[in-house]
Design a protein around this ligand. Structure first.
Ligand code: ACO
Length: 448
Protein backbone atom coordinates (compact mmCIF):
# COMPACT_ATOMS: atom_id res chain seq x y z
CA UNK A 1 0.00 0.00 0.00
CA UNK A 2 1.39 3.32 -0.95
CA UNK A 3 0.92 6.00 1.67
CA UNK A 4 1.88 9.59 1.19
CA UNK A 5 2.69 11.20 4.50
CA UNK A 6 2.67 14.58 2.94
CA UNK A 7 1.89 17.92 4.39
CA UNK A 8 0.42 20.17 1.75
CA UNK A 9 1.51 23.76 1.56
CA UNK A 10 0.42 26.02 4.40
CA UNK A 11 -2.83 27.48 3.16
CA UNK A 12 -3.42 30.87 4.54
CA UNK A 13 -7.18 30.95 4.56
CA UNK A 14 -7.25 34.71 4.52
CA UNK A 15 -7.74 34.81 8.26
CA UNK A 16 -7.56 38.58 8.30
CA UNK A 17 -10.83 38.70 6.33
CA UNK A 18 -12.87 35.73 7.53
CA UNK A 19 -11.08 35.25 10.85
CA UNK A 20 -10.38 31.58 10.17
CA UNK A 21 -7.30 29.82 11.52
CA UNK A 22 -4.79 29.01 8.73
CA UNK A 23 -4.70 25.32 7.82
CA UNK A 24 -2.15 22.77 6.63
CA UNK A 25 -3.44 19.84 4.58
CA UNK A 26 -2.28 16.28 5.15
CA UNK A 27 -2.88 13.87 2.26
CA UNK A 28 -2.98 10.30 3.48
CA UNK A 29 -4.75 7.12 2.29
CA UNK A 30 -6.69 9.11 -0.25
CA UNK A 31 -7.98 11.37 2.48
CA UNK A 32 -7.37 15.05 2.87
CA UNK A 33 -7.11 16.18 6.46
CA UNK A 34 -7.06 19.81 7.42
CA UNK A 35 -4.94 20.75 10.41
CA UNK A 36 -4.89 24.12 12.17
CA UNK A 37 -1.63 26.07 11.93
CA UNK A 38 -0.56 28.01 15.02
CA UNK A 39 1.78 30.97 14.85
CA UNK A 40 4.40 31.80 17.49
CA UNK A 41 5.21 35.38 18.55
CA UNK A 42 8.15 35.45 16.08
CA UNK A 43 6.01 34.19 13.18
CA UNK A 44 7.23 30.59 13.37
CA UNK A 45 4.49 28.13 12.32
CA UNK A 46 3.41 24.96 14.12
CA UNK A 47 0.95 22.45 12.69
CA UNK A 48 -1.49 21.48 15.43
CA UNK A 49 -1.71 17.68 15.33
CA UNK A 50 -3.20 17.32 18.83
CA UNK A 51 -6.52 15.94 17.55
CA UNK A 52 -4.98 13.82 14.77
CA UNK A 53 -5.05 10.54 16.68
CA UNK A 54 -8.48 10.94 18.28
CA UNK A 55 -10.11 11.94 15.01
CA UNK A 56 -8.19 9.86 12.47
CA UNK A 57 -6.13 7.25 14.39
CA UNK A 58 -2.92 8.70 12.93
CA UNK A 59 0.14 9.68 14.95
CA UNK A 60 3.19 11.76 14.05
CA UNK A 61 6.70 10.29 14.41
CA UNK A 62 9.41 12.46 16.00
CA UNK A 63 11.55 10.26 18.30
CA UNK A 64 13.74 12.95 19.86
CA UNK A 65 11.09 15.65 19.51
CA UNK A 66 13.21 17.71 17.15
CA UNK A 67 10.21 19.06 15.26
CA UNK A 68 7.65 19.00 18.05
CA UNK A 69 6.49 21.99 20.09
CA UNK A 70 5.24 20.39 23.30
CA UNK A 71 3.61 23.45 24.83
CA UNK A 72 2.84 27.12 24.43
CA UNK A 73 4.99 29.19 26.74
CA UNK A 74 5.64 32.84 27.58
CA UNK A 75 8.78 32.31 29.67
CA UNK A 76 11.88 32.06 27.50
CA UNK A 77 12.49 32.80 23.86
CA UNK A 78 15.32 31.13 21.95
CA UNK A 79 16.18 31.82 18.32
CA UNK A 80 18.84 29.23 17.62
CA UNK A 81 19.63 30.44 14.11
CA UNK A 82 20.46 33.94 15.23
CA UNK A 83 21.91 33.10 18.66
CA UNK A 84 19.19 34.91 20.63
CA UNK A 85 18.05 34.12 24.19
CA UNK A 86 15.51 36.23 26.11
CA UNK A 87 13.89 35.77 29.51
CA UNK A 88 10.31 37.10 29.46
CA UNK A 89 11.35 39.15 26.43
CA UNK A 90 14.55 40.62 27.92
CA UNK A 91 17.77 39.78 26.01
CA UNK A 92 20.23 37.79 28.09
CA UNK A 93 23.01 40.29 27.29
CA UNK A 94 21.18 42.89 29.41
CA UNK A 95 21.87 40.78 32.50
CA UNK A 96 25.63 40.96 32.05
CA UNK A 97 26.41 44.53 33.05
CA UNK A 98 24.90 46.09 35.16
CA UNK A 99 24.21 42.71 36.69
CA UNK A 100 20.91 42.06 38.46
CA UNK A 101 20.80 39.68 41.38
CA UNK A 102 20.06 36.05 40.52
CA UNK A 103 16.97 36.06 42.73
CA UNK A 104 15.59 39.02 40.78
CA UNK A 105 15.86 36.90 37.65
CA UNK A 106 14.26 33.97 39.48
CA UNK A 107 11.28 36.20 40.28
CA UNK A 108 11.12 37.46 36.71
CA UNK A 109 11.01 33.92 35.33
CA UNK A 110 8.50 32.58 37.83
CA UNK A 111 6.10 35.52 38.01
CA UNK A 112 6.60 37.01 34.56
CA UNK A 113 7.58 40.57 35.54
CA UNK A 114 10.55 42.22 37.20
CA UNK A 115 9.92 42.53 40.95
CA UNK A 116 9.42 45.89 42.62
CA UNK A 117 11.86 46.82 45.35
CA UNK A 118 9.32 45.76 48.00
CA UNK A 119 8.62 42.42 46.28
CA UNK A 120 12.32 41.73 45.97
CA UNK A 121 12.91 42.52 49.63
CA UNK A 122 10.09 40.23 50.67
CA UNK A 123 11.34 37.46 48.38
CA UNK A 124 14.85 37.82 49.80
CA UNK A 125 13.51 37.66 53.37
CA UNK A 126 11.51 34.55 52.57
CA UNK A 127 14.56 32.90 51.03
CA UNK A 128 16.62 33.75 54.10
CA UNK A 129 14.00 32.38 56.46
CA UNK A 130 14.04 29.01 54.67
CA UNK A 131 17.78 28.55 54.28
CA UNK A 132 18.19 25.98 57.06
CA UNK A 133 17.47 22.31 56.45
CA UNK A 134 15.35 20.28 58.82
CA UNK A 135 17.82 18.55 61.16
CA UNK A 136 16.41 15.18 60.05
CA UNK A 137 17.27 15.97 56.45
CA UNK A 138 20.70 17.29 57.40
CA UNK A 139 21.49 14.10 59.29
CA UNK A 140 20.71 12.06 56.20
CA UNK A 141 23.85 13.37 54.52
CA UNK A 142 25.91 11.39 57.04
CA UNK A 143 24.32 8.12 55.92
CA UNK A 144 25.50 8.59 52.36
CA UNK A 145 28.80 7.10 51.20
CA UNK A 146 31.49 9.84 51.29
CA UNK A 147 32.17 9.58 47.57
CA UNK A 148 28.52 9.98 46.54
CA UNK A 149 28.21 12.07 43.37
CA UNK A 150 26.76 15.46 44.39
CA UNK A 151 24.14 15.26 41.61
CA UNK A 152 22.85 11.99 43.10
CA UNK A 153 22.63 13.68 46.50
CA UNK A 154 20.86 16.70 45.03
CA UNK A 155 18.21 14.57 43.29
CA UNK A 156 17.67 12.46 46.42
CA UNK A 157 17.40 15.46 48.75
CA UNK A 158 15.00 17.33 46.46
CA UNK A 159 12.72 14.28 46.60
CA UNK A 160 13.12 14.04 50.34
CA UNK A 161 11.95 17.60 50.86
CA UNK A 162 8.50 16.11 50.26
CA UNK A 163 8.92 14.09 53.47
CA UNK A 164 9.53 17.23 55.52
CA UNK A 165 7.13 19.66 53.86
CA UNK A 166 4.03 17.60 53.20
CA UNK A 167 1.68 20.54 53.13
CA UNK A 168 3.28 21.64 49.85
CA UNK A 169 2.41 18.51 47.94
CA UNK A 170 -0.87 19.81 46.46
CA UNK A 171 -0.15 23.36 45.29
CA UNK A 172 -3.46 24.80 44.21
CA UNK A 173 -3.13 27.91 46.32
CA UNK A 174 -0.89 30.77 45.12
CA UNK A 175 0.51 31.49 48.59
CA UNK A 176 1.37 27.81 49.12
CA UNK A 177 3.09 27.79 45.75
CA UNK A 178 5.24 30.81 46.62
CA UNK A 179 6.17 29.22 49.94
CA UNK A 180 7.11 25.93 48.27
CA UNK A 181 9.09 27.66 45.51
CA UNK A 182 11.06 29.84 47.95
CA UNK A 183 11.78 26.87 50.19
CA UNK A 184 13.07 24.88 47.24
CA UNK A 185 15.27 27.69 45.86
CA UNK A 186 16.66 28.50 49.30
CA UNK A 187 17.22 24.95 50.51
CA UNK A 188 18.69 23.87 47.16
CA UNK A 189 21.65 26.15 47.90
CA UNK A 190 22.20 24.58 51.32
CA UNK A 191 21.73 21.04 49.95
CA UNK A 192 24.15 21.73 47.08
CA UNK A 193 26.86 23.00 49.44
CA UNK A 194 26.32 20.10 51.87
CA UNK A 195 26.63 17.63 49.00
CA UNK A 196 30.08 19.05 48.34
CA UNK A 197 31.07 19.03 52.01
CA UNK A 198 29.94 15.44 52.34
CA UNK A 199 32.17 14.48 49.40
CA UNK A 200 35.08 16.18 51.19
CA UNK A 201 34.29 14.86 54.67
CA UNK A 202 34.02 18.44 55.94
CA UNK A 203 31.70 19.52 58.78
CA UNK A 204 28.55 21.35 57.73
CA UNK A 205 28.51 25.12 58.14
CA UNK A 206 25.23 26.88 58.85
CA UNK A 207 23.95 29.49 56.38
CA UNK A 208 24.59 33.13 57.21
CA UNK A 209 21.36 35.19 56.99
CA UNK A 210 23.36 38.39 56.46
CA UNK A 211 24.70 37.20 53.11
CA UNK A 212 23.11 37.43 49.66
CA UNK A 213 22.13 34.26 47.78
CA UNK A 214 25.43 33.61 45.96
CA UNK A 215 27.68 34.81 48.78
CA UNK A 216 25.79 32.59 51.19
CA UNK A 217 26.25 29.62 48.88
CA UNK A 218 30.00 30.26 48.65
CA UNK A 219 30.15 30.62 52.43
CA UNK A 220 28.32 27.30 52.85
CA UNK A 221 30.76 25.67 50.44
CA UNK A 222 34.03 27.06 51.73
CA UNK A 223 33.84 28.44 55.27
CA UNK A 224 35.15 26.11 57.92
CA UNK A 225 34.59 26.38 61.67
CA UNK A 226 36.44 29.41 63.05
CA UNK A 227 37.55 30.38 59.54
CA UNK A 228 35.05 32.42 57.58
CA UNK A 229 35.58 32.28 53.81
CA UNK A 230 36.29 35.81 52.55
CA UNK A 231 34.23 36.32 49.41
CA UNK A 232 35.80 38.49 46.74
CA UNK A 233 33.37 40.76 44.91
CA UNK A 234 34.53 39.41 41.55
CA UNK A 235 33.91 35.85 42.72
CA UNK A 236 30.38 36.62 43.91
CA UNK A 237 29.62 38.48 40.65
CA UNK A 238 30.92 35.60 38.55
CA UNK A 239 28.85 33.07 40.50
CA UNK A 240 25.79 35.30 40.13
CA UNK A 241 26.34 35.59 36.38
CA UNK A 242 26.73 31.83 35.94
CA UNK A 243 23.44 31.23 37.77
CA UNK A 244 21.61 33.89 35.74
CA UNK A 245 22.85 32.49 32.42
CA UNK A 246 21.63 29.01 33.35
CA UNK A 247 18.27 30.10 34.77
CA UNK A 248 16.08 28.90 31.90
CA UNK A 249 16.37 27.60 28.39
CA UNK A 250 12.83 26.71 27.31
CA UNK A 251 12.05 23.05 26.54
CA UNK A 252 15.48 21.42 27.03
CA UNK A 253 15.82 17.83 28.25
CA UNK A 254 15.63 18.53 32.00
CA UNK A 255 12.87 21.15 31.71
CA UNK A 256 10.71 18.93 29.55
CA UNK A 257 11.32 16.20 32.13
CA UNK A 258 10.09 18.52 34.90
CA UNK A 259 7.02 19.32 32.81
CA UNK A 260 6.33 15.66 32.03
CA UNK A 261 6.53 14.63 35.68
CA UNK A 262 4.48 17.70 36.67
CA UNK A 263 1.86 16.86 34.05
CA UNK A 264 0.89 13.88 36.22
CA UNK A 265 0.22 16.47 38.96
CA UNK A 266 3.34 15.27 40.78
CA UNK A 267 4.51 17.78 43.38
CA UNK A 268 7.10 20.49 42.74
CA UNK A 269 9.88 18.75 44.71
CA UNK A 270 9.47 15.43 42.87
CA UNK A 271 9.25 17.17 39.50
CA UNK A 272 12.45 19.16 40.09
CA UNK A 273 14.24 16.06 41.44
CA UNK A 274 13.52 14.44 38.06
CA UNK A 275 14.93 17.54 36.37
CA UNK A 276 18.19 17.12 38.33
CA UNK A 277 18.49 13.51 37.13
CA UNK A 278 18.00 14.52 33.50
CA UNK A 279 20.47 17.36 33.81
CA UNK A 280 23.15 15.01 35.12
CA UNK A 281 23.66 13.38 31.70
CA UNK A 282 26.90 14.22 29.83
CA UNK A 283 24.94 15.26 26.74
CA UNK A 284 23.13 17.87 28.83
CA UNK A 285 24.36 19.58 32.03
CA UNK A 286 27.14 17.05 32.58
CA UNK A 287 28.95 18.33 29.46
CA UNK A 288 30.84 21.06 31.35
CA UNK A 289 32.63 18.36 33.38
CA UNK A 290 33.59 16.54 30.17
CA UNK A 291 34.87 19.83 28.71
CA UNK A 292 37.22 20.30 31.64
CA UNK A 293 38.47 16.68 31.41
CA UNK A 294 39.17 17.26 27.72
CA UNK A 295 40.99 20.58 28.30
CA UNK A 296 42.96 19.10 31.19
CA UNK A 297 43.99 16.12 29.09
CA UNK A 298 45.26 18.44 26.35
CA UNK A 299 47.08 20.59 28.87
CA UNK A 300 48.69 17.57 30.50
CA UNK A 301 49.97 16.44 27.09
CA UNK A 302 47.57 13.50 26.75
CA UNK A 303 46.60 14.78 23.30
CA UNK A 304 47.07 17.89 21.20
CA UNK A 305 44.18 20.21 20.25
CA UNK A 306 44.58 18.92 16.68
CA UNK A 307 44.22 15.29 17.91
CA UNK A 308 41.10 16.29 19.76
CA UNK A 309 39.49 17.85 16.68
CA UNK A 310 40.49 14.81 14.61
CA UNK A 311 38.95 12.40 17.13
CA UNK A 312 35.72 14.42 17.27
CA UNK A 313 35.39 14.18 13.48
CA UNK A 314 36.10 10.46 13.33
CA UNK A 315 32.79 8.62 12.95
CA UNK A 316 34.37 5.39 14.27
CA UNK A 317 35.34 7.17 17.46
CA UNK A 318 32.59 7.93 20.02
CA UNK A 319 34.59 10.95 21.24
CA UNK A 320 32.83 14.32 20.92
CA UNK A 321 34.11 17.83 21.16
CA UNK A 322 32.30 18.51 24.42
CA UNK A 323 30.90 22.01 24.80
CA UNK A 324 30.27 22.19 21.05
CA UNK A 325 27.00 21.75 19.20
CA UNK A 326 23.45 22.27 20.31
CA UNK A 327 20.05 20.98 19.30
CA UNK A 328 18.69 24.50 18.95
CA UNK A 329 21.64 26.86 18.41
CA UNK A 330 23.00 26.75 14.90
CA UNK A 331 25.01 29.84 15.76
CA UNK A 332 27.16 30.95 18.70
CA UNK A 333 25.31 30.26 21.95
CA UNK A 334 24.87 33.79 23.41
CA UNK A 335 25.58 32.43 26.90
CA UNK A 336 28.95 31.07 25.76
CA UNK A 337 29.85 34.48 24.36
CA UNK A 338 29.07 36.19 27.69
CA UNK A 339 30.91 33.51 29.69
CA UNK A 340 34.03 33.73 27.49
CA UNK A 341 34.21 37.49 28.05
CA UNK A 342 33.40 37.09 31.75
CA UNK A 343 36.27 34.60 32.15
CA UNK A 344 38.68 37.21 30.72
CA UNK A 345 37.26 39.86 33.07
CA UNK A 346 37.44 37.67 36.18
CA UNK A 347 41.02 36.63 35.52
CA UNK A 348 41.98 40.27 34.97
CA UNK A 349 40.29 41.33 38.22
CA UNK A 350 41.93 38.46 40.11
CA UNK A 351 45.26 39.15 38.40
CA UNK A 352 45.44 35.46 37.59
CA UNK A 353 45.29 33.28 34.48
CA UNK A 354 44.33 29.74 33.64
CA UNK A 355 46.23 27.79 30.97
CA UNK A 356 43.02 25.85 30.27
CA UNK A 357 41.45 29.07 28.94
CA UNK A 358 44.24 29.23 26.35
CA UNK A 359 43.63 25.58 25.45
CA UNK A 360 39.89 26.28 25.10
CA UNK A 361 40.54 29.29 22.85
CA UNK A 362 42.89 27.23 20.68
CA UNK A 363 40.29 24.45 20.33
CA UNK A 364 37.60 26.96 19.44
CA UNK A 365 39.86 28.55 16.83
CA UNK A 366 40.62 25.18 15.22
CA UNK A 367 36.99 24.03 15.26
CA UNK A 368 35.62 27.30 13.89
CA UNK A 369 37.76 27.05 10.76
CA UNK A 370 37.21 23.32 10.21
CA UNK A 371 34.65 22.41 7.52
CA UNK A 372 33.28 19.54 9.67
CA UNK A 373 32.13 22.01 12.35
CA UNK A 374 31.22 24.76 9.89
CA UNK A 375 29.03 22.48 7.74
CA UNK A 376 27.21 21.09 10.78
CA UNK A 377 26.87 24.53 12.38
CA UNK A 378 28.62 23.41 15.56
CA UNK A 379 29.54 26.35 17.80
CA UNK A 380 30.57 26.59 21.46
CA UNK A 381 27.61 26.07 23.76
CA UNK A 382 27.11 27.28 27.34
CA UNK A 383 29.23 24.44 28.71
CA UNK A 384 32.39 25.29 26.79
CA UNK A 385 33.45 28.24 28.96
CA UNK A 386 31.34 27.79 32.11
CA UNK A 387 33.74 25.24 33.63
CA UNK A 388 36.70 27.60 33.25
CA UNK A 389 34.82 30.39 35.00
CA UNK A 390 33.67 28.05 37.78
CA UNK A 391 37.22 26.81 38.21
CA UNK A 392 38.39 30.43 38.49
CA UNK A 393 36.05 30.96 41.41
CA UNK A 394 37.24 27.79 43.10
CA UNK A 395 34.35 25.42 42.31
CA UNK A 396 35.58 21.83 41.92
CA UNK A 397 34.52 19.89 38.78
CA UNK A 398 32.23 17.49 40.66
CA UNK A 399 30.09 20.53 41.53
CA UNK A 400 29.81 22.03 38.04
CA UNK A 401 26.56 20.33 37.14
CA UNK A 402 25.19 21.01 40.62
CA UNK A 403 25.78 24.73 40.02
CA UNK A 404 23.98 24.37 36.69
CA UNK A 405 21.03 22.80 38.55
CA UNK A 406 21.01 25.60 41.11
CA UNK A 407 20.85 28.12 38.28
CA UNK A 408 18.21 26.19 36.34
CA UNK A 409 15.91 25.74 39.31
CA UNK A 410 13.89 28.98 38.84
CA UNK A 411 13.35 27.99 35.21
CA UNK A 412 12.07 24.55 36.21
CA UNK A 413 9.76 26.12 38.79
CA UNK A 414 8.47 28.73 36.30
CA UNK A 415 7.81 26.06 33.67
CA UNK A 416 6.15 23.77 36.23
CA UNK A 417 3.89 26.63 37.36
CA UNK A 418 2.99 27.72 33.84
CA UNK A 419 1.89 24.19 33.08
CA UNK A 420 0.16 23.71 36.44
CA UNK A 421 -1.85 26.92 35.94
CA UNK A 422 -3.02 25.95 32.46
CA UNK A 423 -6.56 24.55 32.79
CA UNK A 424 -6.23 22.84 29.39
CA UNK A 425 -3.12 20.87 30.35
CA UNK A 426 -3.53 17.09 30.40
CA UNK A 427 -1.08 14.40 31.45
CA UNK A 428 1.79 13.97 28.93
CA UNK A 429 1.37 10.65 27.26
CA UNK A 430 3.27 10.23 23.98
CA UNK A 431 2.44 7.41 21.59
CA UNK A 432 4.81 5.00 19.90
CA UNK A 433 5.30 3.30 16.58
CA UNK A 434 5.28 -0.36 17.58
CA UNK A 435 7.58 -2.38 15.28
CA UNK A 436 7.85 -5.62 17.30
CA UNK A 437 6.16 -8.99 16.73
CA UNK A 438 2.40 -8.71 16.65
CA UNK A 439 1.50 -11.97 18.35
CA UNK A 440 3.46 -14.81 19.90
CA UNK A 441 2.65 -17.61 22.37
CA UNK A 442 4.24 -18.00 25.74
CA UNK A 443 6.57 -21.03 25.92
CA UNK A 444 6.96 -22.65 29.38
CA UNK A 445 10.57 -22.63 30.61
CA UNK A 446 11.12 -26.43 30.19
CA UNK A 447 10.13 -26.27 26.54
CA UNK A 448 12.52 -23.48 25.49
N1 ACO B 1 31.55 16.88 18.36
C1 ACO B 1 31.60 16.25 17.18
N2 ACO B 1 30.55 16.09 16.35
C2 ACO B 1 29.39 16.60 16.75
C3 ACO B 1 29.26 17.28 17.98
C4 ACO B 1 30.40 17.42 18.79
N3 ACO B 1 30.33 18.06 19.95
N4 ACO B 1 27.98 17.68 18.12
C5 ACO B 1 27.32 17.26 17.04
N5 ACO B 1 28.18 16.62 16.20
C6 ACO B 1 27.85 16.07 14.87
C7 ACO B 1 27.07 14.77 14.98
O1 ACO B 1 27.95 13.66 15.04
C8 ACO B 1 26.26 14.83 13.73
O2 ACO B 1 27.09 14.49 12.64
P1 ACO B 1 26.49 13.74 11.33
O3 ACO B 1 25.47 14.65 10.77
O4 ACO B 1 27.67 13.52 10.45
O5 ACO B 1 25.90 12.46 11.86
C9 ACO B 1 25.90 16.30 13.58
O6 ACO B 1 26.98 16.99 14.23
C10 ACO B 1 24.57 16.68 14.21
O7 ACO B 1 24.62 16.33 15.59
P2 ACO B 1 23.48 15.59 16.39
O8 ACO B 1 24.11 14.71 17.41
O9 ACO B 1 22.52 14.98 15.44
O10 ACO B 1 22.80 16.83 17.08
P3 ACO B 1 21.82 16.79 18.31
O11 ACO B 1 20.99 18.01 18.18
O12 ACO B 1 21.12 15.49 18.40
O13 ACO B 1 22.79 16.88 19.57
C11 ACO B 1 24.17 17.71 21.25
C12 ACO B 1 23.08 18.05 20.25
C13 ACO B 1 23.74 16.53 22.13
C14 ACO B 1 24.36 18.92 22.18
C15 ACO B 1 25.48 17.39 20.50
O14 ACO B 1 25.88 18.51 19.75
C16 ACO B 1 26.58 16.96 21.45
O15 ACO B 1 26.64 15.77 21.79
N6 ACO B 1 27.48 17.90 21.87
C17 ACO B 1 28.50 17.60 22.84
C18 ACO B 1 27.89 17.52 24.25
C19 ACO B 1 27.55 18.88 24.78
O16 ACO B 1 28.32 19.82 24.70
N7 ACO B 1 26.36 18.97 25.39
C20 ACO B 1 25.88 20.20 26.02
C21 ACO B 1 24.74 20.78 25.23
S1 ACO B 1 24.20 22.30 25.91
C22 ACO B 1 23.31 21.82 27.25
O17 ACO B 1 22.69 20.82 27.31
C23 ACO B 1 23.34 22.70 28.38
Amino acid sequence: MHETFLFGRMENMNDAINNEVPKAVLHIDGKQIELPVLTAADGHKAVDVSKLYDKYGITTFDPSLNSTSVCQSTITYVDGNNGILRYRGIPIEQFDRPQPNFIEIAWLLIFGVLPTRAELREFRDRLTSHELLHEGLREQFSDLPPKSPPMAILAAMFSQLACYHEKFLPLDDEELFIEAATRLISKARTIAAYAYRRSKGLPFTYPDPALRYCANFLHLMFSIPYQQYIIGEEVEDAMNLVLILHADHEQNCSTSTVRTVGSARANLFASCAAGVSALWGPLHGGANVEVMKMLESIYQGGMTPEDCIKAAKDKDNPFKLFGFGHRVYKNYDPRAKILRNAADRVFARMKESDPLLDVARKLEELARKDSYFIDRQLYPNVDFYSGILLRAIGIPPNMFTVIFALGRLPGWIAQWKEQHDNPLQKINRPRQLYVGEMHKNYVPIDER
